[in-house]
Design a protein around this ligand. Sequence first.
Ligand code: HEC
Length: 194
Amino acid sequence: MASSLKAALAGLAAALVLGAAAVAAADDDTARRVEQSRAVVADFAKTLKGELTRAMSEGGPTAAIGVCQQVAPAIAADASQRTGWTVGRTSLRVRNPANAPDAWEQETLRGFEARKAAGEKPSELETYGFVEQDGRKVFRYMKAIPTGKLCLACHGSELDPAVRAALAEAYPGDRATGFALGDIRGAFTITQPR
Ligand code: HEC
């Protein structure tokens, strides 16, 4: 009797410890997901910028269009496969309609614009949290992408006519020109299953 009570109490104590650990894990979960999202985004940005810079210096912007067209989606697909998440880029003014934002992304991008207008640095804008989507809870993360000097050749106001023509041919509905240095060009976006 005594020993079975002891066992029951031990079991209860273990359950309480596990319960406490589960609560701690739930609390830590967001921090871990944010850290992992930041790492994936940093990697995506670095790889793409490296490829883009190399292609621009080798063949100029017209040749580098192919990098953005093929390499950017390939990096996104690779990151998605590696993590089991959905990793991509989006914007309020997209070049490729496949990158168009969904409702949560639109709202987040508008929030980024408002925060920038209120004085926050575009390079530091991020948003994340658990969101209900198609009846299930997912974790979503977005980080703003500022327009740098390198970007203006293909997203600025004064495009080289050859670049303009190549873009018009590949992206008839292109809305991603007319950006200025420091504008929010768009954002990296990640959806993680719960
Ligand atoms: C050589 C031309 C070129 C340069 C330079 C360039 N881009 Fe792009 N960008 C493109 C093309 C082409 C696409 C469409 C890619 C696709 O089909 O997914 C694109 C798409 C994007 C998208 C995805 C959303 C959308 O509009 O479809 C973002 C965000 C973006 N570019 C940001 C940048 C930033 C930031 C820079 C500077 C670091 C930059 N780009 C430099 C050509 C360029």
